[in-house]
Design a protein around this ligand. Structure first.
Ligand code: AFP
Length: 342
């Protein structure tokens, strides 16, 4: 039943791991510990629904009424509500912000507010659901900057450098939770037979030798000269490195997770064909900053092509950014080509 961890055969549940981490901080009140545990719970809940996604033609599609007379909810809406509702009443958060909503989400009247804010992308890559391909959730936790009372937009608009926790859930062959509190990156795999996340990937470090590059080549025509030259470099056509192999799912969490474990680079550059997205597609606060923080904690780095993603002060909640994330040398190379040609 239990998988063994790579450590010394010990089985460590996520709960135990989070508590162990807390014990390294004698000043900790346990708020963050419980917050993380609730996010793991949200992950289990979402996974239990995503794993039934393929049954939609049988059980009813979105907005159909199912056999129990319930309306079938779109998975991204369900994930959004699960994360919000598990966290709205706990007194740990001052506010939340979700990629699904234009404005910040206040804590409902009647509940206390706390010292953190939670930002999340509840179900990223949802266009992959119909093809039974991996999807994920991404979360970020910051300490509030306002003094007290309801959280503010300013609490949510902080640069990635200020992150206290970043993590993601990957719903794929198995469900995984990967997170960092700023002292290493740890990965847990859900054992569905007991409903627990078990430590399967302690202290993840991006391998020094990169294996894959990951980008949507279909948009090559719309890239800048710098990005095109950088891509030729990865293909071994410039400066004569060995070519890297290409992998692209089109689901950020899946593409990021592979990059983290295999070494390489994922990028979604600025895209010059869609004037509504001159800065690419990915969101700084919900996607790029938390994944950048995780990558940096694992020994890699993240950039928008010019500067470290973690140094960018977001101006808007849904601000988009180009993203280059992976092995430090490759991210640096991307910046170099962009500087030289753009
Ligand atoms: P969807 O949620 O619409 O599937 O978008 C997923 C996503 O935001 C991110 O997960 C992918 O990395 C990226 O878009 C893929 O975009 P392209 O289809 O343009 O390559």
């Amino acid at each position: 039943m239990f998988g063994q961890t790579r450590d010394h055969g010990t089985i460590i549940t996520i709960e135990r791991h989070i508590l162990q981490e807390q014990s390294f901080h004698p000043e900790a009140s346990g708020t963050l510990t419980n917050l993380l545990y609730d996010l793991a719970l949200a992950g289990k809940y979402i996974a239990s629904h995503t794993s039934r996604g393929g049954l939609t033609p049988i059980l009813g599609s979105t907005d159909d009424v199912n056999v129990q007379g319930e309306r079938v909810m779109k998975l991204d809406k369900l994930a959004d509500q699960a994360i919000y509702r598990l966290n709205d009443h706990t007194g740990r958060l001052a506010a939340m912000a979700s990629e699904e909503h234009a404005e910040i989400l206040p804590i409902p009247d009647g509940y206390p507010t706390g010292k953190y804010v939670l930002l999340f992308d509840p179900l990223d890559g949802s266009s992959n659901i119909d093809y039974n391909t991996s999807i994920g959730s991404v979360f970020s936790i910051y300490r509030r900057v306002s003094e007290s009372g309801p959280g503010t937009l300013e609490d949510c608009l902080q640069p990635g450098r200020k992150l206290v926790v970043a993590g993601y859930l990957l719903y794929s062959v198995s469900t995984m939770l990967v997170y960092t509190t700023g002292s290493g990156v740890h990965g847990f795999t859900l054992d569905p037979s007991i409903g627990e996340f078990l430590l399967s990937h302690p202290n993840i470090r991006i391998p020094e030798t990169p294996k894959y590059y990951s980008v949507n080549h279909g948009y090559n025509k719309y890239w800048s000269e710098g990005v095109r030259h950088f891509t030729r470099y990865l293909q071994g056509l410039e400066d004569e490195p060995n070519p890297l192999s290409l992998r692209y799912i089109g689901s950020l969490v899946g593409d990021f997770h592979r990059t983290l474990l295999s070494g390489g680079i994922f990028y979604y550059p600025a895209d010059h064909h869609d004037p509504s997205k001159p800065h690419g597609k990915l969101r700084l606060a919900y996607e790029a900053a938390p994944l950048g923080f995780i990558m940096e904690q694992a020994g890699g780095s993240a950039s928008d092509g010019q500067q470290n993603i973690l140094d960018i002060q977001p101006q808007r909640l849904h601000q988009r950014t180009p993203l280059f994330v992976g092995n430090h040398e490759l991210v640096e190379k991307a910046e170099e080509y962009i500087k030289r040609y753009d």
